[in-house]
Design a binder for this molecule. Sequence first.
Ligand code: PSU
Ligand code: MN
Length: 336
Amino acid sequence: PSRLCGNQFLTESRFLDNQFSGQRYQTSPLPRMSIAVAPEVAAALARGAAVVALESTIISHGMPYPKNLQTAVEVEAVVRETGAIPATIAILDGVPHVGLSSEQLKRLAISGRQFQKTARRDIAHVVASGGNGATTVSATMFFAHKVGIPIFVTGGIGGVHRHGEQTMDISSDLTELGKTPVAVISAGVKSILDISRTLEYLETQGVTVAAYRTNEFPAFFTETSGCQAPCRVDSAEECAKIIYANRNLHLCSGILIAVPIPTHHAASGNIIESAIQKALKEAEEKRIIGNAITPFMLERVKELTGGSSLEANIALVKNNARLGAEVAVALSNLQQ
Ligand code: PSU
Ligand code: MN
C-alpha cells in the first residue's frame, strides 16, 4: 500500500496514558499517540486480506438500544459471511480503536449518546481528555486510512444541509472524502440534505462518485433523487478496479459508492418529504444548529414516519455491508 497519502501506518505501540493530569500534560513531553488495532484486523491487514471499516456514530446516535447493538452485530456478521474482516472504529477512554470486541461493541451501544459524536475536528479533544467518542464518517475514514483499510461501509453520509449556501453547514464528511483515499459505501445521502449541492461540493473536492447498478444518485430511503450520478458501476470488481486505480495514481482523494436501498424496503418519497419538511421547521423553531442537526433530523424523521424508517435503515446498511465486503475481497484478489 502507498505511504504517499498522509502519514499512514502508525507503528508506535505505547498507548496514550489517559491518567495524566493537566500538570503533567504541560510539563512533560506528551506520550506518543497510538491506535489500538484488534489482533484479527492487524493480522488480516498484514497478509493483505479483505477488511471493511465500520463507523460508530450510526450505533450511538443513529439507532436506539437494543436495535443498534443487534444491527451492529448483524452487519459484522454479513461482512464475515462475505469473506472479509469487520473493523468497527470508535474512541474508548481516549484510545482510538480499530476493531471492537463484542464487549466493547455492547458498551458503545448501551452508552449511546453518552459517547461524543466525533467528527475529524473532535478527535484531538476526545483523545486528549481520555473521552469516549463515536466516530462519524469523517473520523472513521481518518482512522481507517491511518491503519491501511481502504474500504468503509455505512448507511448514509453527511452533506450540504438545506440552506447550506447561507449557513455554511457542510458536513466534514465531504472534505474528508476530498483528502483521504478511502472508498465509502453508502446508500447516498438523505434528502434532509441538499442533494444536488452535495454532489456539486463532492465534485469540487475531487471525489469519485459512482452509483451502483443505477444512473441516478440514490437518496437513502428512496432509490432516486432526481440527480444523475457522475458515473455508474455494475459489479464489486468494477468498484475494486476504481479503488486500485485511485491508489496506483496516488490521487489521494476518496471514493463514494452509492448503493440504492433494496426496492422492497424503499419508502414513499412523499411520506419522507413531508416528514422532512415538518422536522426542518421544528429544528428551526428550536434553533438547533451545528452537529446536533443531523441526529435531531434523523430522530424526528424516524418518529414521524412511524418507525418504519428504522427497519429500512437496518436493511440498507446490511445491503451496503455485503457489497462492501465483496469489494474488499475483489480488491484483495487484485493485489495478490
Ligand atoms: N446520515 C445518516 N445517518 C447517520 C449520519 C448521517 O443518514 O448516521 C451520521 C454519520 O455518522 C455522518 C454524520 O458522518 O451523521 C454527519 O453528521 P454532520 O451532518 O453533523 O456532519
Ligand atoms: Mn454540520
